[in-house]
Design a protein around this ligand. Structure first.
Ligand code: S3P
Length: 176
């Protein structure tokens, strides 16, 4: 296929440790598109970290902030950016509806549970919902049904970021 990929919002979803932010940044640079990380937008808006929001306000408040941040982002006039959602955002039905209405391409980055656990342990990011192993595993299982609603799935285990980015680029080209 020739020419630039068609422009639609690209939304990376997946569990904690799936690589949404890492892949999203490289993908955005490669496609010369803007990149947003939903958690980062929330932190900037709230002037505090996700961990602090969970600790001081609780998950329910965080979920409301997450939906509000997604609404605001989808209202932007540009329609060609890449966004990495936090691991729980796509699980909320109202967020999925918003993405569908916006015509976003939803791409699930997947990896086996053990790999996600390993990545979360080795990364510095403090994740409130990754502190307890049993709860982490339970959440992983509970979210599979919602994740399966993504339009595309990309396996990340044992792959170079550039390889994942090229697969996503191919998906973008066929998804218009
Ligand atoms: C969450 C994942 C986090 C962050 C928050 C809640 C979740 O984002 O949004 O801690 O519910 O899975 P990452 O998936 O980027 O770690």
């Amino acid at each position: 296929m020739t020419g630039p990929p068609p422009k639609r919002r690209i939304c990376l979803i997946g569990f904690m440790g799936a690589g949404k932010t890492t892949v999203g940044k490289v993908l955005a640079r490669h496609l010369k598109r803007q990149f947003f990380d939903l958690d980062e937008l929330i932190e900037r808006q709230e002037q505090r970290s996700i961990a602090a929001i969970f600790e001081l306000s609780g998950e329910r408040v965080f979920r409301a902030m997450e939906s509000a941040a997604l609404t605001k982002l989808l209202e932007r006039s540009e329609d060609d950016y890449i966004v990495a959602l936090g691991g729980g955002a796509f699980v909320q039905p109202q967020n999925r509806r918003m993405l569908e209405q916006a015509g976003a391409v939803t791409i699930l980055l997947s990896a086996p549970l053990e790999e996600l656990e390993r990545r979360c342990k080795t990364q510095g990011t403090p994740r409130p919902l990754a502190r307890n192993q049993a709860a982490f595993e339970h959440l992983f299982a509970a979210r599979q049904e919602a994740y399966a609603l993504a339009q595309f799935r990309v396996e990340t285990l044992g792959r170079e970021i550039s390889d994942i980015v090229h697969e996503i680029e191919r998906i973008i080209k066929v998804s218009n």
